[in-house]
Every structure is written in structure tokens, then in C-alpha cells.
Design a protein around this ligand. Structure first.
Ligand code: ATP
Length: 288
């Protein structure tokens, strides 16, 4: 059993500035960090650190950032496909944080958009029935739909985390087996008819709804430092916990996901905040 994550991988650059610039302004700032990001990459990294065979199908550009991303990924156990860079700039998120705690984010999507359906399908060719296709909201509705349709036709289990949210994603629910949404996404997209639905509720916890169970798991209490990446950690460990036990996401998977997300919340950054392989191995052994 293998997890295929079709999504994006980006360079997150965080800049500290005094205040968000007005139109026409020229200001000074300090670059405070550069990290791997993108919801596809985040989720694939954490799933693979749980010991699941994971292929991340995500585009890197033919620039210095593309090389930097690939160097960072050498330390991870996942396989990043395609193996070659795409003739675009690598996708980047520039995150401006101002003194008053506000922020503004600019994200490019050229590389993710250049990853055509044909390229992605070529990398799914060795997938077989029972494997997982996980997608987030960084592709167009058409591409996301086409990939889920293909997956359903080939007996794969489809998992959707529709973030960033697009109202048109609501049409895709009939193609989804497992959905993980936050409260905002749930309100906008009204997921219905999903065999396994998980609604995360930030610091409050998360709810699991299936035909046979309705379970709430409170968040694991922790000193919150930076909640970025909590949702990605939660989804990845929820899925991994269930897959490692050969079940669909259940109450124990929620507990494992909550404990892992609490680790991410207790540290600054995203990639740097994710639980390590050792932490995940220990956490996933609880309750077995
Ligand atoms: P993201 O900010 O990564 O996009 P999200 O909106 O997808 O997150 P949330 O509902 O904010 O997802 O959080 C996912 C899970 O992370 C929660 O269900 C909870 O288990 C955990 N979590 C989030 N915030 C906290 C917190 N302050 N303390 C402990 N756990 C938290």
C-alpha cells in the first residue's frame, strides 16, 4: 500500500517588516527564514516520516530554489516526482510579518499549474487498487476532479483536504472517500455523502463522522507557539495511523493526529516544527 500525494511544494520565505507597505512604498525588511512549504509537501513529509511509502507528485522549477528544494528532500524518505525540474520558477510563498503581528502572504503557482494532468497520470501509472490518492486545494477544480475520477476508476482510496478552499470544490464530494476539512471549509463546502469525514476545530479539537461512529477528540493541551502546519500534521498522522493498522480513520487515529499536531503547534515554523520520525514512531505506538 502506497500513498500518492499530488500537490505542490514551495519555498516559504518569511520577512519581518515594520508595517505592511502602502501602495507605491519602498521599505526595508529582514528575511528571517527560508523553509520548505506547500500543503502537498507538508502532508507527504509527515506521512512518510510515519513509515508509509509515499510519493509526492509536485513540481519544482529550473531555478536555484528548485535545486534547494531537492537538496532538502534528500533527507526525507519520500520520493519526489517528477525527477526533473519544470521550465518555470519554483513556487514561492513570501510571508511578510509586521510589528503589530499582522501578516500578508504572496504565493506563486506557476510550477504547480505547469504540472499537467498527463505528467501526473504518468507518475500514477504504477498505483494499484487500495493505494491512496491524497490531494489538497492547490490545483484547479478540473485537474483535481480528473485525478480523483481516475483514482476511483482504478480502485484507489481518495482523500481530500480542500485547502486553500475554492467554492467549486463542493462538486467533488461524490469522488471523495475521506475528507479532512476545517470549520471554515466545512461551512463553505458542506461535505455530504463522505464515508469518512473529519472536521478539525483548531485549539478545540476534531470531530470524526462516519456511518457507524461520531467521535470528538479534544486537542492535546500544549503551550501554543505557532499553529502553522497543525492541519497538515493532523491529516498526515490521522491517515498514517489508520493505514498502519489497516483500518479507516477511527478514534485512535484522531488521538494520534491530535498528539502530533500539538507537537507542531508547540514549535515555530512549519517544516522545522514537524514531529521527527522518532517522535512519530513513539506517538503511533500509544494505545495499540
Ligand atoms: P492550518 O492552520 O494548518 O491550516 P487547519 O485550519 O487546517 O490548520 P485546525 O483546525 O486549525 O486546522 O487544526 C488542526 C488540528 O491541530 C486541530 O484539530 C487540533 O488537534 C490541532 N491544533 C490546532 N491548534 C491547536 C492548539 N492551539 N493547541 C493544540 N492543538 C491544536
Amino acid at each position: 500500500m502506497r500513498v500518492y500525494v499530488a500537490g505542490n511544494i514551495v519555498v516559504d520565505e518569511t520577512w519581518s517588516i515594520h508595517e505592511l507597505p502602502q501602495k507605491g512604498a519602498s521599505i526595508h525588511g529582514v528575511k528571517i527564514s527560508q523553509d520548505i512549504g506547500g500543503k502537498g509537501a507538508n502532508q507527504a513529509i509527515v506521512i512518510s516520516r510515519c513509515g508509509i511509502e509515499t510519493q509526492l507528485i509536485a513540481a519544482t522549477g529550473d531555478d536555484i530554489n528548485g535545486q534547494w528544494i531537492r537538496n532538502c528532500m534528500h533527507n526525507e524518505t519520500l520520493m519526489l516526482l517528477p525527477e526533473n525540474n519544470i521550465a518555470e520558477h519554483s513556487d514561492t510563498s513570501i510571508i511578510f510579518t509586521s510589528d503589530d503581528g499582522d501578516n500578508a502572504i504572496i504565493t506563486t503557482m506557476a510550477a504547480a499549474n505547469a504540472l499537467t494532468l498527463d505528467i501526473i497520470l504518468a507518475h500514477l501509472a504504477d498505483a494499484s487498487a487500495g493505494d491512496i490518492l491524497l490531494q489538497q486545494g492547490n490545483f484547479s477544480v478540473e485537474k483535481t476532479r480528473a485525478l480523483f475520477s481516475w483514482a476511483k476508476n482504478h480502485g484507489l482510496i481518495t482523500v481530500f483536504n480542500p485547502s486553500p478552499v475554492n467554492p467549486d470544490f463542493a462538486d467533488l464530494w461524490p469522488l471523495v472517500d475521506i475528507a479532512v476539512v476545517n470549520q471554515h471549509e466545512a461551512e463553505l463546502l458542506q461535505p455530504a455523502g463522505i464515508a469518512t469525514l473529519v472536521i478539525t476545530q483548531g485549539a478545540a479539537g476534531a470531530e470524526l463522522i462516519t456511518d457507524s461512529q461520531h467521535h470528538f477528540c479534544p486537542a492535546t493541551p500544549v503551550q501554543s507557539v505557532d499553529s502553522t502546519g497543525a492541519g497538515d500534521t493532523f491529516l498526515a498522522v490521522l491517515l498514517a495511523s489508520a493505514l498502519l493498522r489497516g483500518v479507516t480513520p477511527d478514534a485512535l487515529a484522531l488521538q494520534h493526529a491530535s498528539a502530533a499536531a500539538a507537537i507542531t503547534v508547540s514549535r515555530t515554523g512549519t517544516f522545522k516544527a514537524f514531529p521527527t520520525e522518532e517522535e512519530l514512531c513513539a506517538l503511533l505506538a500509544v494505545g495499540l
